[in-house]
Design a protein around this ligand. Structure first.
Ligand SMILES: [Zn+2]
Length: 266
């Protein structure tokens, strides 16, 4: 039995990820912000939706859930208690840190990855020892989510935690923000050759209307300024940040927080 992971585009730049089991003709969807593209895909591929996993409560991640429950009355929705889906009652299973979700014979560990919100979860699907992380709006390729109801310290901790994973780990963020993130990354590290090359690769992909995702932890360690700040801010990064904003000291959290501040107005 094999599974594969499929992206569905929604709105202008969201991705809804599906884990598909072709033998069973079943699918699990992550962050169904919109129902229509999901329903179309399932119908065209003759798939039954069995689970929905929700990373956080923003409408572009949950907006399609009610409609999907109408079409698939037996679907189970897995979400944190603060995700505002309690009206789903029998369709809802509340989840939190360290719970395990199942995807047929595979399992996914639930991690709290707060920062973007104060109840954001990520799902670490283990397929034959390879980890696939559905990270919502926590980590984007080349960047990170804005801090809304969480704190910058929480976001820093979430990135530190991601960084403990194997470098072959794959990340599946919920937005195609890679190129705009990389433009910021290049300003912060103008001499980083990996960023320059990644921009070229991603421009090619986008020109062919292909996603730049998923991304690997190994790649992000080379190009994502936020992850790089968590590991060890480069001299060039400190110099560029300092030239744009008051930098009281050079510790990792301070640099990370100032990068987020700069990115907010980039
Ligand atoms: Zn969000």
């Amino acid at each position: 039995m094999s599974i594969h992971i499929q992206q569905i585009s929604a709105f202008s730049d969201n991705y809804i990820w599906l884990i598909i089991n072709n033998d069973k003709k079943q699918a699990i969807a992550i962050d169904t912000g919109d129902s229509e593209p999901v329903l179309n895909f399932l119908k065209n591929n003759n798939l039954e939706l069995i689970n929905v996993w929700i990373t956080h409560h923003h409408n572009d991640h949950i907006g399609g859930v009610d409609e999907l429950v109408k079409h698939f009355p037996n679907v189970q929705v897995f979400a944190h208690q603060n995700h505002g889906l309690n009206h789903l009652a029998k369709n809802l299973t509340l989840i939190d840190e360290n719970d395990n979700l199942t995807a047929w014979q595979y399992s996914a560990k639930v991690w709290q990855t707060f920062g973007h919100t104060d109840s954001h979860l990520s799902f670490l699907l283990n397929v034959d020892k390879k980890i696939h992380v559905f990270c919502g709006d926590t980590l984007f390729s080349g960047g990170c989510g804005r801090v809304f109801t969480g704190t910058i310290e929480q976001l820093f901790d979430s990135f530190s935690r991601f960084n403990t994973l194997n470098e072959q780990t794959l990340f599946y963020p919920a937005h195609e923000y890679t190129l705009s993130n990389l433009k910021f990354a290049q300003v912060i590290e103008p001499n980083n050759e990996n960023i320059r090359q990644k921009i070229q690769t991603c421009e090619q992909l986008r020109a062919n209307n292909l996603p730049t995702l998923p991304t690997t932890l190994a790649d992000e360690r080379l190009i994502n300024p936020f992850l790089r700040a968590v590991i060890e801010p480069s001299d060039e990064m400190i110099e560029q940040v300092k030239s744009r904003i008051d930098l009281a000291n050079y510790d990792k959290l301070t640099v990370f927080a100032k990068l987020r501040e700069l990115k907010n107005s980039f």
